[in-house]
Design a protein around this ligand. Structure first.
Ligand code: SF4
Ligand code: SF4
Length: 185
């Protein structure tokens, strides 16, 4: 009885305190610049994928949230510079704890994290993001792979030039909610 009265007392006392709840979703407060949100698989400036299917991100993940299946590029069918690319890539956001160890492990800076936090879903299936969902959009000047290397003759050419032109995908951080809204309009 005393416990019940005490808990009602706590609730009652809070009724007169200043509300701290944001007016979400009408008002979206920007996150901290280095907030760890949804991942992005980045592209080179010609559209080729930076991911080389090495699986280092999957091995680094403490939550076993990443699945990578690597495959071989050929001169006729090329998705990334170099030998390998990711045939399949998935991140399970029902498991991910947004620690960022995967992006630290990535040797090509293919995998980065955006500020997007609107990832809720009402079933587990929709929390498994596919490669298509994670890949950065094609920006101006980019071409949908597969296609030959346009920025050099070797993988090295891409990564040396990447120092001057990181090819980060501006626009890749657009929230899915915005993208869905645009598609519906
Ligand atoms: S952020 Fe952490 S938990 Fe999430 S996929 Fe990367 S390593 Fe795994
Ligand atoms: S995202 Fe990076 S670490 Fe993961 S498979 Fe691709 S290249 Fe390797």
């Amino acid at each position: 009885m005393f416990g019940t009265a005490k808990s009602f007392g706590v609730t009652f006392a809070h009724m007169f305190k200043k509300q701290v709840t944001e007016k979400y979703p009408e008002v979206r407060t920007p996150t901290a610049p280095r907030y760890h949100g949804r991942h992005i698989l980045n592209r080179h400036p010609d559209g080729l994928e930076k991911c080389v299917g090495c699986e280092l991100c999957a091995w680094a993940c403490p939550a076993d949230a990443i699945f990578v299946e690597g495959g071989d590029n050929t001169d006729k069918t090329r998705y990334s510079p170099g030998e390998r690319y990711a045939v399949d890539y998935q991140i399970n956001y029902a498991r991910c704890i947004f620690c960022g160890l995967c992006i630290e492990a990535c040797p090509t800076r293919s995998l980065t994290m955006s500020n997007e936090y609107e990832l809720a879903a009402d079933n587990r299936r929709d929390l498994i993001f596919t490669k298509e969902q994670l890949l950065a959009p094609l920006l101006e000047g980019m071409e949908q792979p597969p296609h030959p290397m346009r920025l050099g003759n070797s993988e090295k050419d891409y990564y040396v030039k990447a120092l001057d032109n990181p090819g980060t995908s501006v626009g890749a951080e657009k929230s899915q909610a915005e993208a869905r809204q645009e598609a519906a309009e």
